[in-house]
Design a protein around this ligand. Structure first.
Ligand SMILES: [Ca+2]
Length: 171
């Protein structure tokens, strides 16, 4: 009977609390709108460009002499205790040492009203031979409300391109 099938399907969905598969929670993750849509202004921010891309035709170009990069606020489903964030970068003449100033940089807000700052994975300065991926994972004993996911290149010379932001959550 159709009604039994519907009941079974709805039970499966509800049992999984919405965590049916890894879903990318980032919007405009590959910058293919060619706009800054869904990314928060963050100091000098970034310029969409179709001269470089890891996938598709667009990426985010960041002038590293500024103090910012790309930033997106990602809100998690209730019950989230684990997140992964991934970002690709291509450096062009990025100076200075490897540091958090050129990195995938995640600040996390928990449901108990506290921050977990600076979950980071730094990219390689210089000029890239190929796109480079970095991944940050965070686990928490407390539910996660949202994260600010950044691709930073700041306080140095050169430029960096970012593409393919992927943020996933699970219980
Ligand atoms: Ca892209």
């Amino acid at each position: 009977m159709d009604s039994e099938w519907d009941l079974w399907v709805s039970k499966i969905v509800s049992d999984k609390n919405g965590f049916t598969a890894p879903i990318n929670l980032a919007a405009n993750p590959s910058f293919e709108t060619g706009t800054t849509d869904f990314y928060q202004p963050f100091y000098t921010s970034f310029t969409p460009t179709n001269t470089m891309a890891h996938t598709g035709q667009w990426s985010a170009r960041v002038n590293c002499s500024g103090t910012g990069g790309v930033r997106q606020k990602v809100t998690f489903p209730s019950g989230t205790r684990f997140l992964t964030a991934s970002l690709w970068s291509f450096a062009n003449g990025v100076t200075l040492q490897e540091s958090n100033d050129f990195s995938l940089y995640v600040d996390l807000w928990l449901s108990n009203g506290t921050w977990v700052w600076q979950n980071t994975a730094s990219f390689t300065p210089g000029t890239s031979a190929a796109w480079e991926q970095r991944v940050v994972t965070v686990t928490s004993e407390v539910d996660m409300d949202y994260a600010l996911v950044h691709g930073l290149c700041r306080r140095r010379s050169g430029e960096a391109f970012f593409d393919d932001m992927v943020v996933t959550a699970s219980p």
